[in-house]
Design a protein around this ligand. Structure first.
Ligand SMILES: NC(=O)C1=CN([C@@H]2O[C@H](COP(=O)(O)OP(=O)(O)OC[C@H]3O[C@@H](n4cnc5c(N)ncnc54)[C@H](O)[C@@H]3O)[C@@H](O)[C@H]2O)C=CC1
Ligand SMILES: O=C(O)C(=O)Cc1ccc(O)cc1
Length: 286
């Protein structure tokens, strides 16, 4: 089994905290140091048994680490790598859990000093909750973690990153970063854009003259759960996966327009077929 002597987790929230928890449980790491900006959250990480220790000084935290896992919002990942790069030990592997990969990998790879490696990763697992309190060791169990090597990726470092996600319980497909960003734009980023828009639209509708949202029942709440996700995280995703998200939003608008046409035309058979096709496809993924 893969083993790291010292793991540094930068950004100890849902994603970083959950990976630290499971790797500790499986004894795949010797020591886990948390690095962040907020001392209260890091302290809580030690109390919860997620971390052995913490520091707000990233340079000090990565000293002697053979694994650095970065789980901060996407736009900050290259900034973090630039800050720690001169302080990494030879042989150190730096990997991340960011939701967008072309932006991250293209920016981070050139920052890595000789004898250290960056490998991009993205667990397709999460919740709408943030912070170390929300982390749990089974988050990655039975889920996918997409790892995104490039032509520059060191094969031994890649193998170790794949192995660590397997230890966490995930299936680990390899994907080109650009391909990854298209896939997640469809299955993750678009649904979040739609959920955020739906809540804002219903909240902004003023013909009712009251608080429409307070009438929401099961369906609305199920559908919009992900609109409770962290706004900074989603701001960064929208900024860094712009093209793929726009493509999916435009494609989706076409379907909404089509459905609008069926409703307007009172096309009973067209509506039944539209709903039946969707029901069959969704039932098949459950
Ligand atoms: N929440 C989810 O369901 C998923 C999130 N991701 C990705 O994982 C990453 C982390 O997300 P979460 O764990 O959900 O967020 P989180 O909000 O739970 O944790 C992020 C932590 O990073 C800290 N942080 C922010 N900027 C920092 C910086 N510049 N330096 C050091 N620490 C910093 C925050 O204070 C916080 O403690 C993001 O890139 C996100 O796109 C990936 C898969 C699922
Ligand atoms: O809460 C949910 O169901 C999610 O969709 C979580 C999620 C959010 C962002 C990702 O990059 C991956 C997974």
């Amino acid at each position: 089994m893969v083993y790291f002597k010292k793991m540094a987790v930068i950004g100890v929230g849902l994603i970083g905290g959950s990976l630290a928890r499971v790797l500790r449980e499986k004894k795949a790491v010797g020591e886990v140091v948390g690095i962040g900006r907020g001392e209260a959250n890091l302290k809580r990480g030690v109390e919860l048994g997620v971390l052995d220790s913490y520091t707000t000084d990233a340079k000090k935290g990565v000293e002697g680490a053979d694994l650095v896992f970065i789980a901060t919002p996407v736009c900050s990942i290259p900034q973090v790598v630039a800050e720690i790069a001169p302080h990494l030990s030879k042989g150190c592997i730096v990997t991340d859990g960011g939701s967008v990969k072309e932006y991250v990998v293209a920016a981070c790879e050139p920052l890595m000093p000789e004898g250290t490696w960056f490998v991009g990763g993205h667990p397709i697992a999460g919740t709408e909750h943030s912070g170390v309190e929300a982390s749990f060791s089974t988050l990655y169990q039975g889920r996918r973690c997409i790892v995104t090597p490039t032509g520059n990726t060191d094969p031994a470092a890649l193998e170790k990153v794949v192995e660590l996600w397997k230890v966490a319980g995930s299936n680990v497909p390899l994907m080109d970063p650009v391909q990854h960003d298209l896939v997640v734009a469809a299955i993750s980023h678009l649904p979040h854009m739609v959920a955020y828009s739906l809540v804002n639209a219903v909240d902004g509708y003023d013909r009712f003259g009251g608080d429409l949202l307070s009438f929401s029942a099961g369906g609305f709440r199920d559908f919009t759960r992900i609109a409770s996700s962290d706004p900074v995280m989603w701001r960064d995703i929208a900024l860094t996966n712009k093209e793929a998200i726009l493509e999916m939003m435009d494609f989706f608008s076409g379907y909404l327009e089509k459905l609008r046409g069926l409703v307007a035309a009172e096309d009973a058979e067209g509506l039944r077929t539209f709903f039946l096709n969707s029901k069959q496809k969704r039932d098949a993924i459950l």
